[in-house]
Write a protein that binds this ligand. Structure first.
Ligand SMILES: [Zn+2]
Ligand SMILES: [Zn+2]
Length: 381
């Protein structure tokens, strides 16, 4: 189905960089796919470019803007497809990661389009110097208080982007809201990020951001981040596990499965790897969600097996669990966080407990599977 509606306007490389595509759907809806390049610091965790999409609905909009500095490139691509930035009615942010909202300020200024994002995004892009967890974090918005990148990296690469982003005026998608325009609905699907959205266009298209990706499993966030930023959020978001971490993520997958069950012919457009290794990746929503949930079940089982040898830190588990190629550069820190997300779920199912020196101890129980299977999708927060 995907390949039947894709027209390649401009060929790119084997990962989809520099490509430009048009999707023409049976209803007449047209979508332009605008991939922008990414930088990678973490060994072989390559996601490929960020796929931003321009949706030519009766209120045309852009979802995501790629990395900081990508604005010019996006506008050029729009022009090459026969449109201009001023055709946009609004820009919606799938979630507040730099590969998605990096050029947001630049694009908002260049196009005059409104910016819509989840209300948690609006809270986390702001600065709260008196609440920051350390002196160094004072120079960064709340979204960065739990970042694992070293100070030298953040100071060099992130300050300009955050300074620009924090002044954005956001039309907030609030608790319970779904409608973005007549034909378009947003769903809050936290987990990969607390502010993640999925956007349904008519009955044909589901834009899933980083919540569902082909061939790779999106990183879940961590519940412990809530300890730092929870106090900044409105009372609807009072539970860590509703917006952060693996439990939130799995609930969101189940929510998307439920939405998808109403629209059997949906084309799912991910924010990475739509095209990769010279190959189009079509996502079968139900099947992919099943695979992702099974992946996390398996990883929880693997961690418990590793902990049978005795208590270990997340880093020790990561080194044992992941291939060496994934542990290069910042890969080790990413792998460690991935393990922490799983250990948080395993602690909730009482299969592990935290002990001294940041180690996890297996309790000998195996409740995680029942916990994961029992997680119910949450309403449209
Ligand atoms: Zn992301
Ligand atoms: Zn991403």
């Amino acid at each position: 189905m995907l390949q039947e509606v894709v027209e390649v306007i401009r060929k790119g490389d084997s990962s989809g960089n520099h490509m430009l595509i048009r999707l023409k759907l049976p209803s007449g809806l047209e979508i332009i796919g605008l991939p922008t390049e990414n930088a990678y610091y973490g060994g072989e965790w390559d996601l490929g470019p960020t796929w931003n999409y321009m949706v030519l609905d009766d209120t045309p909009f852009l979802i995501d803007t790629g990395r900081y500095g990508m604005g010019r490139k996006l506008l050029d691509m729009m022009n090459a497809a026969g449109y201009s930035g001023t055709d946009l009615d609004f820009i919606v942010v799938s979630h507040g990661h730099e590969d998605h909202d990096g050029a947001l300020d630049e694009m908002a200024k260049a196009t005059g389009a409104k910016v819509k994002a989840h209300e948690i995004f609006d809270h986390l892009i702001r600065f709260y110097p008196e609440a920051a967890p350390s002196d160094f974090r004072r120079d960064f918005p709340a979204s960065c208080w739990h970042c694992f990148m070293p100070e030298t990296f953040s100071k060099k690469n992130c300050i300009e982007y955050h300074q620009a982003r924090c002044h954005l005026e956001i039309e907030k998608i609030r608790y319970g809201d779904v409608r973005l325009s007549r034909n378009t609905q947003a769903y809050h699907v936290p987990g990969h990020s607390p502010d993640s959205l999925a956007v349904l266009v008519g009955e044909e298209i589901l834009l899933v951001g980083d919540t569902i990706l082909p061939d790779i499993t999106p990183f879940p966030s961590q519940e412990r981040s809530f300890l730092l930023v929870g106090k900044l959020l409105t009372p609807q978001y009072a539970n860590a596990e509703s917006i952060y971490g693996l439990r939130a993520y799995i609930k969101s997958l189940k929510k998307l499965r439920k939405i998808g069950s109403n629209y059997p012919n949906l084309i799912v457009l991910p924010a990475h790897r739509l095209f990769y290794n010279n190959h189009w990746n079509e996502i079968h929503l139900e099947k992919r969600i099943e695979e992702l949930i099974n992946h996390h079940l398996q990883r929880c089982g693997d961690i418990l097996r590793i902990l049978k040898q005795g208590p270990k830190t997340a880093r020790e588990i990561a080194i044992e669990h992941f291939e060496e190629s994934l542990l290069k550069g910042f890969g080790l820190l990413m792998a460690e966080r991935e393990i922490i997300s799983h250990c948080e779920l395993l602690a909730a199912s009482k299969d592990v407990i935290s002990i001294e020196d940041s180690r996890f101890l297996a309790t000998g129980r195996m409740n995680f599977e029942a916990l994961i299977q029992g997680l119910e999708p949450e309403g449209n927060r």
